[in-house]
Design a protein around this ligand. Structure first.
Ligand code: 3PG
Length: 211
């Protein structure tokens, strides 16, 4: 399977904000136990690179990537620490070109036709759609899919257990992303069982919707 076939198969990429690198490995294990083998550690906190390194080393079944990557320096640091893919909130040409040169899958955020055309021009066919709830949600993705049938979307921002099905039932969705399966408070409280349960439920909804 290619990277993007695997992403589709899992159907969900949790967006993770870690304040303590010691939480990285137990969190990765909790997600895995719930059936999620992808996670995006965001460069919103200082410990992102260390957290990626620990997961890459200690939880090899987890495909760990870096999120909120806004420049080439962060992309390079993430990959040096073991990140297997790069996600950006928007499209930075330098990040995309660097990732492609280094054979690292990259998913930039694109919400307008022009941004999507730019991504296509850079050789991509999977983009993040963020913040999905603000930019029109599944309705916008359906409209954009008419001219851009070759493009698959990773909507994040406001995706939850309640609306997950609406996204997943659409053929233009590569996978959905979000933080609800591993909320900051649940991580801080080390509520790994809750994270596993939320993950398992998300995976169940994705499987049932696609069946
Ligand atoms: C992201 O970067 O994709 C979002 O912060 C995730 O959005 P959510 O917290 O609404 O799931």
């Amino acid at each position: 399977m290619t990277f993007f076939e695997k992403v589709y198969s899992t159907g969900i990429v949790p967006v993770v904000v870690l304040n303590n690198a010691d939480d990285a490995v137990p969190l990765a294990k909790a997600l895995l136990k719930g059936g999620i083998d992808f996670m995006e550690i965001t460069f919103r906190t200082e410990c992102a690179a260390d957290s990626i390194a620990m997961i890459a080393k200690e939880v090899p079944e987890m495909t760990v990537g870096a999120g909120t990557v806004i420049n080439v320096e962060q992309a390079a640091l993430a990959v040096k620490n073991g990140a297997k893919f790069i996600v950006s909130p928007g499209l930075d040409e330098g990040v995309v070109i660097w990732a492609k040169e280094n054979n690292i899958p990259v998913i930039p955020g694109c919400v307008t036709p022009s941004e999507i055309m730019k991504a296509i021009g850079l050789g991509l066919n999977v983009v993040k759609f963020f913040p999905a709830d603000v930019f029109g949600g599944i309705k916008a993705i359906k409209a954009l899919s008419a001219p851009f049938g070759q493009v698959k979307f990773l909507p994040t921002g406001g995706v939850s257990e309640a609306n997950l099905k609406d996204f997943i039932e659409n053929k233009s969705i590569a996978a959905i992303g979000g933080s609800w399966v591993c909320k900051k408070d649940d991580i801080a409280n080390h509520d790994w069982d809750k994270i596993t349960a939320l993950s398992a439920n998300a995976v169940k909804i994705i499987k049932e919707t696609r069946a």
